[in-house]
Write a protein that binds this ligand. Structure first.
Ligand SMILES: Nc1ncnc2c1ncn2[C@@H]1O[C@H](COP(=O)(O)OP(=O)(O)OP(=O)(O)O)[C@@H](O)[C@H]1O
Length: 614
């Protein structure tokens, strides 16, 4: 990525460069007799009648002034602008016959440039790195059928109230593979190590048998009997979601009480809940351990089931010690024998080590059809990627969101980004800019680890219940979280590994439903596609230009028709300028662009270091 950011200087054309260099970025419309082109970024900027603050005006006029003082070196008559399209395809920045590569990166100084002209393109589309075409290797995707042929109503061991409740409240009737394979060993009291693809119904696979075993116990379990089942999950959202699953499952058996402990809440109120009595305690490791050590009303002596869910994530997040301490505390305190279940979407050696620590004579259930632990992608997931030059990324993402969430349909989308600051910045930027250009407003929300628990729960729940909208998030939402009816997973920054790719895309196409995923890469990240191919994951390559083209649909709105122009380039330029203006006009956005974003993100996602520091 770092290498690609060098190209950003070309995005800003004359604005940041030495005057000697800047003349090579002259907007063609200023060449005599060619007429003004609306596709030129500076040109478009000057066309937009919008209240601009004086500082912005000063910068803009200085930029225009600077660029108009020099003679154009590139450029062709405006009436040839329709021929520009071919420049957008892969390799558009290759020197053409009769010209040399100008190589105008900052610091290189002016090089000999072509006398051949490119014409009035936006600088967004000029001097971009070549978009590589990736060879499609032969791939054998790993299959894992989600559903079994069994129905809950046919399982004699389940209470009729349970079966009815499953259908009425959880809307499930047919078992998934993992649910069928785990039900009987769990009812028999075995320890289990379960590995199954994302979205295959692992939560119900353990929650259902536990509730069933609890409701069958005689004398009947009541809340004053204390904690019988302890469920450990890596994040608050996952814990909340699992707790809610238990709340639904115990509906026919109201004497059973689930509880939630996730931190971020006052200890006093948590203690009060524990004092009243909880039978199924769901929580994150740190908080559970904290109460286990320091809250006398939390007794673990009667625990009979321990569930370590999303074990690979527990380890990734550094909870190994907390989990080990919790297991030790249980071993010391508990009076009855314990059944332990460990679940994971991937079986790594670290997970196996944890299994060795917590499980006894465990049965292993791996739903996938091979033993080499390949990554499994849901059957009905359509996966695409786009290799987009850094300068075009922001506009391409904006265009895609506008297309999928406002113009075409009102879809529901998760957008993954690398850092909390990126999420904050893009959330605020898109919320203000995109919603000022679209007719059908888009609900933008954000989720990351640096938000209060109340905020996180509220946003997570609101997004789960909404039928459309965009949730921008870090990897805090990558694993385990279950949001119904997500149409698209966008990975705006590449995941850290193929396994994380699978976790992120696994937020859609859950439990046999259909979904789509799009991965943004810059040209230097193309190796990631090869890595995915090596793991038997196939993606279809798409062109960012095909997303940018969709911006032309905004022309239906008379307010923007003129500014958008009639070409993909002019429309993309329009959106990019709207982003840039928002950053210049809004102090908070400006500050977060200049102070908070990692330099590589700032460089890719607007901004133009010159604008930020101006
Ligand atoms: N038998 C079923 N029939 C239909 N839907 C089901 C069934 N079991 C579970 N589901 C639904 O499938 C979705 C995914 O379930 P769950 O979150 O348990 O998957 P998971 O395997 O734990 O996924 P991840 O590994 O991503 O955490 C949930 O919305 C759940 O309600």
């Amino acid at each position: 990525m770092a290498g690609d950011t060098d190209n950003i200087c070309l995005n800003i054309g004359a604005r940041t460069l030495d005057p000697e260099v800047s003349k090579y970025f002259q907007r063609p419309s200023e060449s005599k007799g060619t007429g003004a082109s609306k596709t030129t970024r500076v040109g478009v900027k000057s066309d937009i009648k919008r209240k601009v603050n004086p500082a912005v005006k000063k910068v803009n006029s200085a930029l225009i002034q600077r660029s108009s003082n020099v003679k154009p070196k590139f450029g062709k008559p405006a009436d040839e602008s329709h021929k520009e399209k071919h420049l957008l395809s892969a390799g558009s920045n290759k020197p053409k016959k009769g010209e040399t590569n100008s190589g105008n990166e900052i610091g290189q100084g002016p090089k000999k440039v072509s006398t051949n002209t490119y014409g009035p393109t936006s600088s967004l589309f000029r001097k971009n790195p070549e978009v590589p075409q990736v060879e499609n290797k032969s791939i054998k995707p790993k299959n894992e059928a989600v559903f079994s042929s069994k129905f809950f109503k046919d399982v004699a061991e389940l209470h009729p109230h349970t079966v009815k409740n499953l259908a009425d409240v959880l809307h499930v009737t047919q078992m998934t593979q993992v649910q069928e394979l785990t039900l009987f060993p769990l009812l028999e009291g075995k320890d289990l190590l379960v590995c199954s693809q994302t979205g295959s119904g692992k939560t119900l696979a353990y929650a259902l048998p536990i509730v069933e075993m609890l409701q069958k116990k005689r004398p009947e379990i009541v809340r004053s009997d204390g904690v019988k089942a302890l469920v450990v999950l890596p994040t608050r959202e996952l814990a909340l979601q699992t707790y809610e699953c238990f709340v639904k499952l115990v509906k026919p058996f109201t004497r059973l009480v689930p509880g939630l402990l996730v931190g971020g809440e006052k200890r006093k109120s948590e203690k009060a809940r524990l004092r009243k009595g909880v039978n199924i305690l769901v929580g994150t490791p740190g908080r559970l351990l904290d109460h286990a050590m320091h809250t006398c009303c939390l007794q673990l002596s009667s625990v009979e089931w321990l569930i370590l869910d999303e074990a690979d994530r527990l380890l990734d997040l550094g909870y190994e010690r907390d989990v080990a301490s919790l297991v030790r505390t249980l071993d010391e305190q508990q009076k009855n024998s314990r059944q332990t279940i460990l679940l994971s979407a991937t079986l790594t050696s670290a997970v196996e080590k944890l299994a060795g620590l917590a499980l006894k004579n465990a049965e292993r259930i791996d739903v996938s059809d091979s033993i080499d632990h390949e990554l499994v992608i849901p059957d009905f997931l359509c996966q695409c990627y786009t290799i987009t030059p850094p300068k075009l990324r922001l506009a391409a993402l904006g265009a895609f969101i506008i297309w999928k969430c406002s113009v075409e349909t009102a879809g529901k989308m998760l957008v993954f980004m690398a850092t909390q600051d990126m999420v904050d910045y893009h959330h605020d930027l898109f919320n203000s800019v995109i919603n000022s250009v679209v007719k059908k407003k888009i609900l933008f929300s954000k989720l990351h680890g640096n938000m209060t628990q109340q905020e996180r729960f509220k946003i997570f729940n609101d997004f789960r219940q909404s039928t459309s909208g965009v949730l921008m998030c870090t990897d805090v939402a990558a694993r385990g979280i279950d949001v119904p009816k997500v149409d698209w997973i966008i990975q705006y920054t590449a995941p850290v590994s193929p396994a994380y790719y699978v976790h992120r895309v696994g937020r859609t196409a859950r439990a046999g439903e259909a979904g789509s995923a799009l991965l943004f890469l810059v040209p230097s990240e193309v190796r990631f596609i090869e890595l995915l191919q090596e793991r038997q994951i196939r993606l279809i390559q798409e062109n960012a230009e095909s997303y940018l083209e969709k911006l032309l649909a905004l022309r239906q709105d008379k307010r923007h028709r003129q500014e958008i122009g009639s070409t993909m380039e002019s429309a993309a330029t329009y959106l990019q300028l709207e982003f840039e203006k928002a950053v210049l006009e809004n102090k908070e956005l400006h500050n977060s662009a200049s102070n908070d974003l990692p330099p590589w993100a700032a460089a890719c996602d607007l901004l133009n270091p010159a604008l930020i520091t101006s």
